[in-house]
Design a protein. Structure first.
Length: 226
């Protein structure tokens, strides 16, 4: 059970499905708000008081990807779980690239939805890692990172991925360990979710005194530039 203070926005234009999901999440202790358009989702997200957004892509007024783009452009870092019938790999990759933190295809098992929601909330609400004397980087509570006066904002997943590598800097961290420690999965979700977030993270870290390298067949490692 989750405390009622965990507020979830469900963006779904199918009233029967929305009601079923909201009822189930309510029984699990979540506080659920319902909207059924992209415009409502954007307006609600900009209030910055949500713990999680569950977002359908096939909305009546605009594509759900527009919601992601606008919220991320406004530096709204609420974790977003896309819940959609679009099952093509290209659709999953596109959603992750524009700011989604997870992707679940309809039809779905409700237990998996709850598990993924829990993983996202744990990652977003997890500990923040303070700067180390051995690492010229600061990680702040607002999901920004700073080094030598340069600051960039990260998504919750990017922040969790970087935090995992920071804690184990210099070590090769396997993909299974990253899925468990940074993404909260004890299973492979069946997408290249790590690679997508890693690509975005590397772009944002350009100019920072660290490098994230892929060790073929072994995992990922964070190193400090000499």
């Amino acid at each position: 059970m989750y405390p009622g203070g965990v507020r979830v926005l469900l963006v779904e234009d199918n009233p029967q499905l929305a009601g079923t999901i909201a009822h189930g999440l309510g029984e699990d202790g979540f506080t659920v708000d319902l909207v059924d358009t992209a415009a409502q989702a954007i307006a609600r997200g900009l209030r910055r008081d949500l713990d999680l957004m569950i977002l359908d892509l096939g909305l009546p007024d605009r594509d759900g990807l527009d919601v992601l783009r606008e919220l991320r452009a406004a530096r709204v870092h609420v974790p977003v779980l896309v819940l959609t019938a679009r099952d093509a790999v290209e659709a999953r990759v596109m959603a992750l690239e524009v700011g989604a933190d997870d992707y679940l295809v309809k039809p779905f098992a409700f237990a998996e939805l709850v598990a993924r929601i829990g993983a996202l909330i744990r990652r977003a609400g997890g500990p923040r890692w303070a700067p180390s004397t051995e690492l010229p980087l600061e990680m702040h509570d607002d999901l920004t990172i700073e080094s030598a006066g340069k600051t960039v904002g990260l998504s919750p997943r990017e922040y969790a991925l970087l935090g995992c590598l920071v804690r184990r800097r210099g070590e090769v961290v396997s993909r299974a360990e990253i899925l468990r420690e940074a993404f909260g999965y004890d299973f492979d979700p069946g997408t290249n979710v790590i690679d997508v977030h890693l690509t975005h993270l590397r772009k944002k870290l350009a100019g920072f005194p660290i490098v994230i390298e892929t060790v073929r067949g072994a995992g990922i490692r964070l190193l400090v530039n000499a």
